[in-house]
Design a protein around this ligand. Structure first.
Ligand code: NAD
Length: 423
């Protein structure tokens, strides 16, 4: 039964992987690379599947399935988050690792992309069971990860505590303290200032740049955000502080709408650690209704496949900023672009997280730590350069922002693979 569910999730994610591969192929063709470059880059160079036995609180042993995908390590070690979710699948992890390579290329980090995930539901697990899964995963993948090989980080439903357990497990195996093994750690264990808010800060920088391109003033702009977790809730805070009107937010259970602007401070105060807040309200709308609200800027910041060919015609925003990974399908991208809506793609908009993760790794390697202000100034420079690069490419090559981002992102690893003599 469980195996059937995993297989059906994997099939569902095949579309996500295939859409990604299609855009990678178009980007390589536009850049004039031969077909064998695509053959190398269409799949991760390495994919590990692991089975993790964990003693549960009731005394039984449960076997969890996990994955680690390493897309391309021509530029440097691979890097990317570990996701804990019931719907993790092999195809999803593969696609996410490709996106991480593209992000690293866009913001010019010395990394390739990696991604991991475990099929589990942390909302139904105790603290002790979560620790067991986290430590078991690190033991299972220890041969292929490490500070110079592949550096994990947090992702959906994983956090700094989980990173701390993973770092501790790796350090025990290595017999010395090894903070550069993983990023997104608590500050006291070598985490970086500014990591928790980095993704939302990066999205905010892209959002402000995109608004300038469309002559939209942030002051009073109507913003809708899907997802109220790490990315979505901090973005709501930054938008609110910048004078925008956040008129809609959502979580997995529903959405809230107020055309006059929601009370963001109250919502931030009441959300739980999984980004849930709508359960406190009687009058909610659905996530689908949220996406179709009349607004200036729409930010999907939850899960994949939210804007599809079925609702793309009903999106009313002028700008869509993808804080989530893969929220817009291939067909929907075409529809939105034809309708003149500016899409700032995930591989650019959400690159702030991996950028500050890189800063954390640099600080761990040098053993010298930066202030929050130093981190933010460096992040802003990196994101602005990434945005301008992608926007310019879109203008000069007359392609949409997603294809432009893939062209910018794929070039560095294609070149590095060529110089190494792989292709
Ligand atoms: P999170 O787990 O902190 O929050 C996810 C939010 O989405 C929660 O509010 C949850 O209730 C909501 N959600 C879950 N399923 C949903 C559904 N089916 N419909 C609507 N809402 C749903 O996750 P996060 O870290 O904020 O990540 C959100 C997205 O941003 C993911 O796609 C993630 O890959 C991407 N991202 C995050 C980071 C980061 O540093 N956090 C970096 C890059 C990309």
């Amino acid at each position: 039964m469980a195996d059937n569910a995993a297989e059906s999730t994997n099939n569902k994610h095949r579309d996500v992987l295939e859409s990604t591969q299609r855009v990678v192929q178009s980007a390589l063709q536009k850049l004039g690379y031969p077909e064998e470059v695509y053959e190398l880059l269409k799949e991760p160079v390495r994919l590990m599947t692991v089975r993790i036995p964990v003693r549960m609180d009731d005394g039984s042993t449960k076997i969890f399935t996990g994955y680690r995908a390493q897309h391309n390590d021509a530029v440097g070690p691979t890097k990317g988050g570990v996701r804990f979710h019931p719907e993790v699948s092999e195809n999803e992890v593969k696609a996410l690792s490709i996106w991480m390579s593209l992000k690293a290329g866009i913001v010019d980090l010395p990394y390739g992309g990696g991604k991991g995930g475990i099929i589990c539901d942390p909302r139904e697990m105790s603290f002790r069971e979560l620790e067991g899964v986290s430590r078991g995963y690190v033991r299972a993948i220890s041969q292929i990860v490490g500070p110079t090989k592949d550096i994990p980080a947090p992702d959906v439903m994983t956090n700094s505590q989980i990173m701390a357990w993973m770092m501790d497990e790796y350090s025990r195996m290595d017999e010395f303290n090894n903070p550069g093994f993983i990023t997104g750690k608590p500050i006291v264990l070598g985490g970086s200032h500014g990591r928790e808010t980095a993704t939302a800060k990066g999205v905010t920088i892209c959002l402000k740049e995109a608004a300038k391109k469309r002559d939209i003033s942030i002051e009073g702009a109507r913003v809708v955000i899907q997802g109220f977790g790490n990315a979505g809730s901090y973005l709501a805070k930054f938008m609110h502080e910048a004078g925008a009107k956040v008129i809609g937010i959502s979580d997995a259970y529903g959405a809230l709408h107020d055309p006059d602007g929601l009370d963001i401070d109250y919502l931030l105060d009441r959300r739980d650690s999984f980004g849930t807040v709508t359960n406190l309200f009687k009058s909610t709308i659905s996530n689908q209704e949220l996406l179709e609200l009349d607004c200036d800027i729409l930010v999907p910041a939850a899960v994949e496949n939210q804007i599809t060919k079925d609702n793309a015609h009903n999106i009313k925003a002028q700008i869509v900023i993808e804080a989530a990974n893969g929220p817009t399908t291939f067909e929907a991208t075409k529809i939105l672009t034809e309708r003149g809506i500016l899409i700032v793609p995930d591989v650019l908009a959400s690159a702030g997280g991996v950028t500050v993760s890189y800063f954390e790794w640099v600080q761990n390697n040098q053993g010298f730590y930066w202030t929050e202000q130093e981190v933010e100034e460096r992040l802003e420079k990196v994101m602005l350069k990434g945005f301008q690069n992608v926007y310019q490419t879109a203008q000069t090559r007359r392609v949409d922002m997603r294809l432009a981002a893939y062209m910018v992102g794929v070039r560095k690893m294609a070149e590095a693979s060529r110089f190494r003599g792989w292709i």
